[in-house]
Design a protein around this ligand. Structure first.
Ligand SMILES: [Zn+2]
Length: 277
């Protein structure tokens, strides 16, 4: 599943190239998670603005003579976005469900499982975008995201801390791999009740969340030079993972075998020695 770092690396892969381009044609394939919200022909002639990211959503502003707005894109479970310069891209394949052909190149969403989405919204602050983004927590690199914010968000929650991170309503970006890694770095047992986390440990966890996401971004930036496949980022980060995917292997700090448990139907990996309740 594409996580925040992969989405950000994807954004960086085409944002500069597409900014200022004019849409020549938009094409829809099979239905995605939600309908586009307008006829694709209405996008013809629109000018593309600066692509931004919020959580795992990308926002592609489009100004049209009639009305301005933009496309909110989500990669779902299996989606990837690729930008091919020029107008000579290959014809759409069976899993290509959205094409935005511009005078600078083709932006194409490939999504075999079709949980992804491309949705028209008149503004980020207007529905449907506002509704989709409304429940999201702070961005991990937002200066307001610190130990105090995390501690306040976790207070009163009886769920396990790992699940509270995955919920994404305190801070976005701590998906399954990154939540496991951050909890290891902060020395926190993933089963600890969220409300039991002390303020100093919340500070360490906030730093760890930012740290693993920064590391993942760096890994993506160095390995995905041609950005053909956004999923390669998670793959390259996994090479550096300290606990994720390492069940039974020795902890890199203390040598204790890494344990795997299931929380909220997702695998959690942790060191039972280094990570305390
Ligand atoms: Zn250990």
């Amino acid at each position: 599943m594409p996580e925040l770092p992969e989405v950000e690396v994807t954004r960086r892969s085409f944002a500069d190239a597409i900014e200022g381009a004019t849409v020549l044609q938009a094409r829809l394939g099979k239905p995605l998670r939600w309908p586009l919200g307008l006829g694709p022909e209405q996008l013809t002639g629109a000018r593309v603005g600066a692509v931004s990211r919020r959580g795992k959503y990308l926002w592609l502003p489009l100004s049209r003579p009639a009305a301005s707005g933009g496309l909110l894109l989500h990669l779902g479970m299996s989606g990837s976005l690729a930008f091919t310069p020029g107008t000579g891209a290959a014809a759409a394949g069976a899993h290509d469900h959205f094409d935005l052909q511009t005078d600078r190149g083709l932006l194409r969403l490939t999504d075999p499982r079709r949980f992804g989405a491309v949705v028209w919204s008149e503004a980020l602050a207007a529905n449907p975008a506002a509704k989709l983004l409304g429940g999201l927590g702070l961005e991990p690199f937002d200066p307001r995201f610190d130990g105090a914010h995390l501690h306040a968000g976790l207070s009163g929650r009886r769920v396990a801390i790992k699940l509270a991170l995955l919920a994404g309503d305190i801070v976005v970006g701590a998906g399954n791999i990154y939540a496991c890694e951050a909890l290891f770095l902060a020395g926190i047992d993933p089963r600890l009740a969220a409300s039991k986390l002390s303020r100093p440990r919340a500070q360490r966890l906030a730093q760890a969340v930012r740290g693993v996401l920064a590391q993942a971004l760096e890994a993506g930036g160095t390995t995905l030079r041609d950005f053909k496949d956004a999923h390669g980022v998670a793959g390259s980060f996994q090479m550096q993972a300290r606990v994720y995917g390492r069940e039974g292997q020795p902890c890199l700090t203390c040598g204790t075998p890494i344990r795997r448990i299931v929380q909220g139907q997702r695998s959690t990996f942790f060191c039972p020695q280094c990570q305390k309740r």
